[in-house]
Design a protein around this ligand. Structure first.
Ligand SMILES: Nc1ncnc2c1ncn2[C@@H]1O[C@H](COP(=O)(O)OP(=O)(O)OP(=O)(O)O)[C@@H](O)[C@H]1O
Length: 265
């Protein structure tokens, strides 16, 4: 958010490239995200969205270029410290032990996949985990173990996990995967409520569906073939022309009462 005309960058990617198995996946990505902004990231399968988000989450390093997260340049800082300030819904999340939904949410406080051996949550932390589970419609599943939960229930629990540490930066990589229509709408309401309740929080949402952008989305970035093809205020960025170019397909974008939609032209 602007402060005296200055934008406080929460994320700053400069000329970022990424190479894997000898293949360049990102070819010089520049992206600056300011405090209190809510970005949507869209682009075709394999465009590089999750790779960009893994830098934003301080989970990976670029091959060249610089990534600055919450004022700290990756490579010059203890990443564990920044990860504590980040809530991340990661589609690659894999549990190695059968934690309960409540325990999964609590791992959001430790920034780990499993519960650390010598760590006990306080009663207040457990109460907050339960409140978030209730908000996510999982009151009846607090003690359900991960392997017994449906994909949609897991998705909701992961959103609660991302929120428990009251992150400065919230990264949501396809958070609505597996959610039914009611759960999706509930999630959108939660995002809007959060954005309004905490104006300093910043978020980046990766999605394939324009219909799934919360009404509080302020900016958008289109990524195609490892490059940013458009970025800026959401209404100026998600146009029929820009979205069609990014997806290499004619797509008509519509906007009504705060919500976007898209269909093939
Ligand atoms: N571990 C890996 N080894 C090799 N290539 C990889 C690896 N991870 C990702 N890639 C490749 O990098 C490219 C970008 O992947 P990424 O997951 O960032 O795309 P994406 O835009 O998030 O795609 P999707 O919308 O399908 O989730 C893809 O071509 C993918 O095949």
């Amino acid at each position: 958010m602007n402060q005296g005309g200055e934008t406080t960058a929460v994320l700053d990617l400069r000329e970022v490239t990424f190479r894997r198995d000898g293949v360049e996946i990102l070819h010089g990505v520049d992206l600056t995200i300011g405090r209190g902004e809510h970005w949507a990231m869209l682009g075709p399968n394999g465009a590089g969205k999750s790779t960009v988000v893994s830098f934003c989450a301080a989970r990976a390093h670029p091959t060249s270029g610089t990534v600055t997260v919450l004022g700290h340049q990756l490579g010059r800082v203890d990443v564990a410290e920044i990860r504590r300030l980040i809530g991340h819904v990661d589609p690659r999340y894999r549990l190695s032990s059968p934690l309960t939904a409540r325990q999964v949410v609590l791992t959001g406080l430790t920034g780990t996949i499993d519960l650390p051996i010598r760590w006990d949550p306080t009663p207040a932390q457990v109460a907050r985990a339960d409140a978030l589970l209730d908000d996510a419609g999982l009151a009846a599943h607090r003690d359900s173990t991960w392997p017994t939960m449906s994909q949609g229930e897991r998705g909701r629990a992961l959103i609660a996990r991302a929120l428990i540490a009251q992150p400065r930066l919230l990264l949501l990589d396809e958070p609505t995967t597996g959610l039914d229509v009611a759960a999706r709408e509930q999630y959108l309401t939660t995002m809007d409520r959060l954005a309004l309740a905490d104006p300093d929080m910043t978020s980046v949402l990766v999605t394939h569906h324009l219909e799934e952008l919360p009404t509080t989305t302020t900016h958008a970035v289109l990524i195609s073939d490892g490059r940013v093809t458009a970025a800026g205020p959401v209404r100026e960025t998600l146009t029929t022309a820009a979205v069609s170019e990014a997806f290499h397909h004619p797509i008509t974008v519509a906007y009504d009462s705060g919500r976007f939609s898209a269909r093939a032209s």
